[in-house]
Ligand binder design. Structure first.
Ligand SMILES: *Cc1c(COP(=O)(O)O)cnc(C)c1O
Length: 355
């Protein structure tokens, strides 16, 4: 085969792999393959959704509704849009982390162009009433974006049934490779591109596609939905075991988020009278990797914006521990963690007492 022919053959193979991944993602969320656009990460998908919709619809209006507990990728994109003349309403959430439907309806205006509410919260695991929000958005002819980076692979999603117009995902959050994400955009919805250059991804996202990453994303999403029920059952059992053990063995705690409408593998507990950062260090010494607020803001001195939004006093917000239970974890892992906590927490509390 001549060099040129070889390139053409490889190009075809790559294109086929790309289209197969698109089909797999589409199947997982009930969309059409042509409604899937590949990006470099969840953050890029969120930015493209928010800014792309804002710029493409600014003639219609400049008002956006989101919530106070979104991921920084959404919140910071909103801050940028505010500097550019858009208006953003940040909805409150209740003590479990749910957006209040009446407050959402009350804040809809004639110039509202987009509602962006995350499917599942990364810190406290709360699942929002997405179908209801979708129904309201549709009834008012407002576009609805959901950051589903945490929900994909954990929850059944159907963009048709749920009236979702845009949806973000990121492969590394469902056992796929790092550095690749996707954005679903309903057919007919205009999104202005935010990165200039080539005409890849139907002109919505300039840049050569990360083919190996995209193939990995497609396969990972397919696998996640093949075993969804078993996986959820396993994680839910481990989570409930963890929570009930902590409840039994450690006094003065608060369990954050809803007990049922939550990500199966997420548990977030506040321990009074301790510093989360100190707890993390102690757990790390014993081989346990966990997080206080969101992983992204670890190391920052501010308490988590999510924990403050659900009304936790600062003291409790600082003493929070989030664990994420995964496929590879066992009951022994949980028992080991609880054992460590029952040792560490009383000591930290003792040390932090004023002398
Ligand atoms: C991780 C995460 C993101 C960002 O995804 P990256 O691929 O890391 O950029 C966005 N939203 C939520 C809810 C996340 O958990």
């Amino acid at each position: 085969m001549g060099m040129l022919l070889l390139f053409i053959a490889n190009g075809r193979k790559a294109k086929r792999a790309l289209e197969q991944a698109r089909e797999r993602v589409a199947k997982a969320i009930g969309s059409k393959p042509k409604e899937i656009y590949f990006t470099a990460c969840g953050s890029e998908s969120d930015n493209l959704a928010l800014k792309g919709i804002a710029y493409a619809n600014q003639e219609k209006g400049k008002h956006i509704i989101t919530s106070k507990i979104e991921h920084p990728a959404v919140l910071e994109a909103c801050k940028t849009l505010e500097k550019q003349g858009f208006e953003v309403t940040y909805l409150n959430v209740d003590e479990k982390g749910f957006v209040l439907i009446e407050e959402l309806e009350r804040n809809i205006r004639k110039d509202t162009i987009l509602i962006s509410i995350m499917f599942a919260n990364n810190e406290i695991g709360t699942l929002q009433p997405i179908s209801e929000i979708g129904r309201i958005a549709r009834a008012h002819h407002i576009l609805f974006h959901t950051d589903s980076v945490q929900a994909i692979g954990n929850v059944k999603i159907d963009v048709e049934e749920m009236n979702i117009d845009l949806l973000s995902m990121s492969a590394h959050k469902f056992y796929g490779p790092k550095g690749v994400g996707a954005l679903y955009v309903r057919e007919g919805v205009k999104v202005e591109r935010i990165q200039d250059g080539g005409h890849q991804e139907k002109n919505k996202r300039a840049g050569t596609e990360n083919i190996p990453g995209i193939v990995g994303l497609g396969k990972a999403v397919e696998l996640a939905y093949e075993n969804l029920e078993q996986y959820n059952e396993k994680l839910t059992k481990l989570r409930e075991h963890y929570i009930s053990q902590v409840q039994e063995k450690i006094p003065e705690i608060k369990i954050n988020g809803d007990r049922e409408k939550r990500l199966p593998g997420n548990a977030n507990i506040s321990f009074s009278g301790i510093e989360g950062e100190e707890l993390l260090l102690k757990l790390d010494e014993r081989g346990i990797c966990s997080s206080t607020g969101s992983a992204c803001s670890s190391g920052m001195p501010n308490p988590s914006h999510v924990l403050l939004a659900i009304g936790l006093p600062k003291e409790l917000a600082y003493g929070s521990l989030r664990i994420t239970i995964g496929e590879e974890n066992t009951k022994e892992d949980i028992d080991f963690l609880v054992e460590q906590l029952t040792e560490i927490i009383p000591r930290l509390r003792e040390n932090s007492k004023p002398r």
